[in-house]
Design a protein around this ligand. Structure first.
Ligand code: PAF
Length: 279
């Protein structure tokens, strides 16, 4: 695997490649990321990964400084997955001057759910993803469904800007007890880790109720949040939305069986976890 840190070296390595499959990451790689690499390999060649902890997508009180950086271990994992190039730019390389041009997602999609609780987050994500795409110029790029809203925003951005990159969605990788793998799981204490799968269980229960015809969305969401709160969580939201645009379903949407997804974000101690389940 070639490890490159400049855009020039990256372009040299990839010159003439027309089927590059790209997986952007912020490092601290786990089995979920590695499953994205394997999916990328099915859709293109060579596979390029990036590791860049993107300051633009962290709020002032978020964990940018303590975000886990495990570069050497990440390199070993990517080598085993047959990744051809790892692009690991410094901040100075990717943002040599203040990044004043930014991509801001539309309000309806960018300011709801995660966007409501993490203002500016999706502008930071969209901006770095567009910039990474411009560096790598991939034919396809793989994003996990774990970050459902991010996936949808990147997909819409690629469509609206007519980017020559197809966005591929990868299923969420879960531990045996259902907890979605995330770099932030490492912040959990042993007791919190034992409690953490309750978030997935809450989603499973809401999805089950909807599938069996219980369509009082408001009541389902509130019951699920109350239950989590009674177990010591601090939920930001549990929300049933339409898969197509992540807006709340109307009675008409429900009657017509619009595909739904239930999304959740909640804090356990100081760790904020997100998860979702298509219904
Ligand atoms: O999902 C992530 O790890 C990040 O948001 C991404 C897509 C690499 C952009 O920094």
């Amino acid at each position: 695997m070639k490890i490159v840190s400049t855009i020039e070296e990256l372009r040299d390595q990839l010159s003439g490649q027309l089927r590059t499959a790209f997986v952007p990451t912020m490092g601290n790689l786990h089995e979920g990321h590695l499953s994205l690499m394997r999916l990328a390999r099915k859709h293109g060649d060579p596979v390029v990964a990036s590791i860049f902890v993107n300051r633009l997508q962290f709020g002032p009180n978020e964990d940018f400084d303590k975000y886990p950086r495990t570069f050497q271990a990440d390199v070993e994992k990517l080598e085993k997955e047959g990744v051809y190039v790892l692009f690991a730019p410094t901040e100075k390389e990717l943002y040599p001057e203040p990044q004043e041009f930014r991509v801001s997602p539309p309000d309806g999609l960018g300011n709801t759910l995660e966007g409501e609780f993490r203002p500016g987050f999706f502008t930071g994500v969209s901006t770095v993803v567009l910039k990474l795409f411009s560096c790598v110029q991939p034919k396809v790029a793989v994003f996990g469904k774990k970050d459902y809203q991010q996936l949808m925003i990147v997909r819409n951005m690629a469509r609206q800007f007519a980017l020559p990159t197809q966005i591929i969605a990868a299923e969420t990788w879960r531990a045996d007890d259902g907890l979605a793998l995330s770099s932030r799981n490492m912040y959990l204490s042993a007791t919190e880790r034992a409690e953490a799968p309750s978030l997935y269980r809450a989603l499973t229960s809401v999805a089950g109720e909807v599938r069996s015809g219980h369509l009082d969305i408001y009541q389902l969401e509130h019951k699920a949040m109350d239950e989590l709160a009674s177990r010591g969580w601090n939920p930001d939201y549990i929300s049933i939305r339409k898969q197509i645009d992540l807006q709340p379903p109307t009675a008409g949407d429900l009657a017509q069986g619009a595909p739904l997804v239930v999304l959740a974000a909640a804090k356990l101690g100081t760790t904020r976890l997100i998860d979702n389940l298509e219904i």
